[in-house]
Design a protein around this ligand. Structure first.
Ligand SMILES: *[C@@H]1O[C@H](CO)[C@@H](O)[C@H](O)[C@H]1NC(C)=O
Ligand SMILES: *[C@@H]1O[C@H](CO)[C@@H](O)[C@H](O)[C@H]1NC(C)=O
Ligand SMILES: *[C@@H]1O[C@H](CO)[C@@H](O)[C@H](O)[C@H]1NC(C)=O
Ligand SMILES: *[C@@H]1O[C@H](CO)[C@@H](O)[C@H](O)[C@H]1NC(C)=O
Length: 173
């Protein structure tokens, strides 16, 4: 009877573990978000951490390299806080979380999302303002939370947009 497990089986096991750890790092990030959220409408039901990657999950889009580029969760009625781990999605371009009940602060780690084009946190319950780290994001074009953010991101549009949003927010009511 073979007493030791053959070396090649160990190698396969180790490679499998390394591959899994590397392969689903982005799934772990999104799962950290899911864990931090109450989800009464079960919109995150398909976010199963045992998948090889999150690309098959609802509301998640990946590029050809199976790296997450979009998270689309508008009007999802989620409650809870954003997690700093969200800064660890290197190819994320669109983070759309408007119309939920997300509270707490915007993590400064979102300033690590160098490919971010749009960050939509409009109609949530966030506090604490916009972290200055978001100023590093050169590709960011759309940032919705309050009218202040438009001035920060797009100075040339600020007068028009400020006027419209102040109106919407009831400044002239
Ligand atoms: C949102 O969730 C709350 C519970 O957290 C529930 O009372 C409410 O009905 C939900 N709204 C919608 C539109 O699903
Ligand atoms: C929003 O979240 C708070 C807790 O953070 C909770 O008390 C409240 O019921 C939630 N509102 C809705 C509409 O889900
Ligand atoms: C992300 O940003 C924070 C500060 O905003 C920084 O402390 C942290 O080291 C960064 N993480 C990575 C992985 O770059
Ligand atoms: C916003 O969050 C606070 C606590 O974080 C909670 O008391 C309040 O009910 C929330 N507002 C809404 C509209 O859910």
């Amino acid at each position: 009877m073979e007493r030791f497990v053959p070396l090649y089986l160990w190698l396969i096991l180790v490679l499998e573990l390394v591959f899994r750890a590397a392969g689903n790092a982005e799934g772990d990030v999104l799962n950290a978000l899911k864990t931090n959220m109450a989800d009464p409408n079960n919109v995150l039901q398909s976010w199963d951490a045992t998948f090889v990657n999150p690309c098959g999950w609802d509301h998640v889009t990946c590029n050809d390299e199976n790296s997450v580029t979009r998270v689309d969760l508008q009007n999802a009625n989620l409650s809870g806080q954003l997690v700093p781990q969200l800064g660890q999605l290197p190819n994320l371009q669109y983070l759309e979380l408007s119309g939920s009940n997300i509270s707490g602060i915007i993590p400064e780690e979102l300033g690590n999302l160098t490919n971010l084009v749009s960050l939509d946190l409009y109609l949530n319950n966030l506090s604490g303002g916009i972290p200055t780290t978001l100023g590093k994001l050169t590709k960011l074009r759309f940032l919705y939370e309050h009218f202040k953010i438009f001035m920060l991101v797009s100075p040339c549009f600020c007068f028009v947009v400020m006027f419209v949003l102040m109106y919407l927010e009831g400044f002239y009511a």
